[in-house]
Structure formats: C-alpha cells, structure tokens
Design a protein around this ligand. Structure first.
Ligand code: SAM
Length: 224
C-alpha cells in the first residue's frame, strides 16, 4: 500500500475551504498520487451545545468572541493519538496565530520531516489560552498582518512544507536555487522566449552559452 509521506489533520470551522489551493498544480498532483494526505476535523462537531456554537464572550471584556477550550480539547482528544510519532523535537500540534513565531523556510524544512501534523485554524479572536498550554501547541504566524481565520495560514504553511517533502517537486534540485535556501546566493532576474519582446532584449550573456559568465552575471544581478 502506498503510505503518504506526510499526513495533516486540519481542525477548522470551515471544512469547505480545503484542500483549496493545495488541490491544484504540484500539491494537487502529489495529493492525487498519495504522496501527502489530509483529513478535516470540523470543530463544530464538538460544540456540545444545542445551538452549535463553539465560541463565547471573553473574560475581562473586549471585542469579539473566543473559541471555547473544551471544543478544541475534545477534538484533539478524539484525533491525536496518545503517543504521536515524531521525527523531531518540536511538538506536532500547531495553532496558527497572528502573535505566534514568524514562519520561515527553515521551519518549513523541519516540519517536512514529520509524518503527521495537527494543524488548528482559529477564528473570531482566537482560542482559549488554557488549551494552547495544555497541549503545548506551537504557535505560528505566517506574516505581520491579521487575517480573518487560520485556514489560509494552514494552506500557506502546508504549501511551503510540502515543497520539502520528497517526491512532491518534480526536480528537487530547484529547491537549492530558491530564495531562503542555504545555497541561495540571491534571486536573479528570469527570462524566457521570445528573445526580443516589445523591443526589450534578453541580456546577451544569457544566450551565449558561457556558463561561467552566466553565473557571474546572475551573481552581479542578484536582487538580494
Ligand atoms: N485577535 C487576534 C489578534 O489580534 O492577533 C486575531 C484573530 S484572527 C481575526 C482569527 C484567526 O485567524 C486567528 O485565531 C488565527 O488562527 C488566524 N490568523 C490571523 N492572522 C494570522 C497570521 N498572520 N498568521 C497565522 N494565523 C493567523
């Protein structure tokens, strides 16, 4: 049986937002080929209230609502095995939060080594702090701005992580030349056919086949 190299369990109030962008192109193909896989846990199923609500007013007052700790706790208890297998020392339960640690390429590479990730998308003002502490969640921010929910952050995170999962990218060498990789010397301008487009020509050095000169040119024209 083909065993997925990475499985993501995604906790959300909006299951219809998945796989979203991850269902197309490179990641969509890898999903169809079972290189990675995911399942959705609808937090609404853990409401335990007749009106289906999962949120409540914040203690101390203030705008907005907070997702109750019991909702998240019940969902995690049902879906996270007592001893989740880990290949690195970081916890595998991630809560996406605008006040979390800023996500970067190094973290993406690290999380690509995990077999199973548990990803929580928040809504409203976020989730109760006590459940974050109880489950020792890792809080990750995808950028210095506030979005309406954690579903896009989950997809941004998985997109970046999956690029490091073996067999997801057709040509793994392309990772070495990318921005933020260890071997990255700077992103240089890219050109393709036609050689002259709207009176703008591709720099001569790139069409002459002298690889040393091309490397030199790319280094000198790096955008870093
Ligand atoms: N009260 C929060 C604050 O000021 O930081 C904003 C909550 S936001 C409206 C609702 C949810 O979106 C959060 O619980 C989180 O899951 C997600 N979210 C918003 N911006 C994010 C970001 N930059 N990175 C990761 N998650 C984010």
């Amino acid at each position: 049986m083909n065993q997925a190299k990475l499985h993501a369990t995604i906790f959300t109030l909006f299951p219809e937002m998945f796989p979203g962008t991850l269902g197309t192109a490179i990641h969509g193909r890898a999903l169809a080929n079972k290189i990675w896989n995911y399942n959705i846990v609808n937090l609404r199923d853990f409401s335990n209230r007749h009106d289906g609500r999962v949120d409540d007013r914040p203690y101390g007052g203030g705008a907005g609502m907070v997702i109750r700790p019991d909702v998240i706790d019940d969902a995690l208890t049902q879906h996270v095995p007592a001893s989740a297998p880990e290949t690195a020392s970081l916890p595998t339960i991630i809560y996406f939060s605008a006040s979390g640690t800023q996500f970067n390429a190094e973290m993406a590479q690290t999380y690509a080594q995990y077999q199973h990730l548990y990803l929580i998308a928040g809504r409203y003002e976020g989730i109760d702090q006590r459940v974050i502490e109880k489950w020792q969640m890792r809080e990750i921010c995808i950028g210095p701005y506030v979005l309406s929910g954690g579903e896009l952050p989950v997809q941004v995170f998985l997109d970046a992580v999956l690029r490091f999962v073996p067999d997801v990218l057709g040509n793994p060498e392309s990772l070495d030349e990318e921005s933020f990789s260890d071997n990255f010397t700077g992103e240089y301008p890219h050109y393709t056919r036609p050689q002259i487009w709207q009176n703008r020509a591709v720099p001569d050095v790139l069409v002459n086949g002298n690889h040393q000169k091309i490397t030199e040119w790319r280094k000198n024209n790096s955008k870093k």
